[in-house]
Design a protein around this ligand. Structure first.
Ligand code: CMC
Length: 433
């Protein structure tokens, strides 16, 4: 391709049906899909639509929150590289950064931490609501339903145009998410729910609500506390992924943040998204032994299933979060002892990364490939994994939701379709079908 010295920031489109030429402006490396509507074959036509099932090449918003360069394996929150945040920040500080746009001063962080810490308790009615679930209910089903039900308690949340209401309910959601997740765990174990201990850190309190038994105060291991804090930082946001798109889409109708967050969590639940770490463990257990890996990889290549925890819509290189998780795994295993699945995972990664099938398709380990192995070593049951993802991602969902509500270009999300059904036909009476 040659560069034209008189090049303009536009696209010249010739409609070969009519011979007409159109000039479509290019801004920020994108064309506006609505500009194509002026391209018509006949005056009464609707205009040209842009067809993009599953949004593989559609920017649905402008966002200043998270930047990803999928080819280079770069992830930044508000301009700060994920590697630095994982090393130097805490989850609550990162949540502040995502939501407010800047790192907090020491006083701002204290105030923010204090606000979150004093909103960790759940309404007793919500606790009773959770007690109504079947003894072996999936934690994510419980979490989704409970978060949605919280909108019935915080009725002020419906006023999404009020910045004060947005702020209050942002804090409530970030504060209560660990409580909801921990209650799902205790419920599944048949154990009494443990109320929050606000003397502990965000993660320390979460661990206390999960594992406290008869001791007067639960003392979390600082190594495990930090490991989970790092995992929370890594999972806090990931620009316009499936669940964030659900958050923005539902929120665009001005639903309250609890209903929108429940919708986002529902999207996260699926195995192609936040449920993938659960699928990875099931896959590794299924492989069972390193000697079975070549046969497993062969079956994947023959289309018999997926290599879970591999591939990404955006990353066509190593997912930077997977790299950090691998390092965190070493620290955790030093304390907990090795997870036998790690050996299988490392060998599986090695074989896959040398295989043409995965090389050609640019399939690398994603965040879920190793996170489940750590969660398991930490003592979490597999079906808690997506809930562990939902806790930190709530900060990202809310940052994106707030940005969406303040966006001057905001409209209700409403895609078009290409209708491929029957054209108009008369109703057929029952006796003639
Ligand atoms: N194992 C085997 N083949 C794969 C995989 C995989 N994990 N991922 C993609 N492919 C193949 C796919 O079959 C396709 O092959 P072909 O060109 O022959 O049809 C090619 O690679 C391109 O894949 P795609 O389906 O067009 O990619 P996508 O961008 O639509 O999907 C993905 C992305 C993450 C859904 C997919 O890679 C996948 O299903 N991975 C496994 C599930 C997983 O680990 N999800 C977690 C994602 S990261 C965390 C998160 O988002 O929550």
């Amino acid at each position: 391709m040659k560069e034209d010295p008189e090049s303009k920031e536009s696209l010249t489109v010739v409609d070969n049906r009519t011979g007409l030429t159109y000039e479509i402006p290019i801004k920020d490396q994108a064309v506006n899909a609505s500009d194509f509507r002026k391209i018509k074959e006949h005056e009464r036509d609707f205009g040209l639509l842009v067809y993009d099932p599953s949004f593989v090449n559609t920017a649905s918003c402008r966002s200043a929150i998270t930047f990803i360069d999928g080819d280079q394996g770069v992830l930044e929150y508000r301009g700060y590289p994920i590697e630095e945040l994982a090393k130097k920040s805490t989850f609550l500080e990162t949540a502040y950064l995502l939501i407010k746009g800047e790192l907090p001063t020491s006083a701002e962080l204290d105030a923010w931490t204090n606000e979150i810490r004093t909103h960790t308790y759940m309404h007793e009615k919500m606790k009773m609501f959770m007690e109504g679930f079947q003894y072996d209910a999936h934690p994510m089903g419980m979490l989704i339903a409970t978060v949605a039900a919280m909108s019935t308690i915080y009725r002020d949340a419906r006023d999404v145009t009020d910045p004060e209401s947005r702020e209050a309910n942002t804090i409530r959601l970030i504060a209560k998410m660990p409580t909801v997740a921990a209650f799902t765990y205790r419920h599944n174990r048949g154990l009494p729910y443990v109320y929050p201990d606000n003397d502990l850190t965000y993660v320390g309190n979460f661990l206390s609500m999960l594992w406290k038994m008869a001791e007067p105060q639960y003392a979390p291991s600082p190594v495990l506390e930090r490991a989970i804090d790092v995992l929370f930082i890594l999972h806090a946001d990931h620009e316009q992924n499936c669940s964030t798109n659900a958050m923005r889409s539902v929120g665009s109708s001005e639903s309250d943040p609890y209903s929108s967050t429940a919708a986002a969590a529902a999207a996260l639940y699926g195995p192609l998204h936040g449920g993938a770490n659960e699928a990875v463990i099931n896959m590794l257990n299924g492989i069972g032994d390193k000697k079975n890996i070549p046969d497993f990889v062969r079956r994947v290549k023959e289309g018999e299933g997926l290599l879970w925890g591999f591939g990404h819509r955006v990353y066509k290189n190593y997912d930077p979060r997977a790299e950090i998780i691998k390092q965190t795994a070493d620290e955790v295993f030093e304390l907990t002892g090795p997870n036998p699945l790690l050996e299988i995972a490392l060998e599986l990664e090695r074989i896959a990364l040398e295989d043409d099938y995965f090389i050609e398709r640019k399939l690398y380990p994603n965040v879920d490939f190793y996170s489940g192995i750590i969660y398991q070593a930490l003592g979490f049951p597999v079906d808690m994994f997506p809930a562990l993802f939902a806790i930190p991602r709530t900060a990202g969902w809310l940052a994106q939701w707030r940005e969406m509500l303040e966006d001057k270009e905001r409209k209700i999300a409403r895609p078009r379709q290409l209708f491929v059904g029957e054209s108009r036909r008369p109703y057929v009476p029952m006796d003639q079908r």
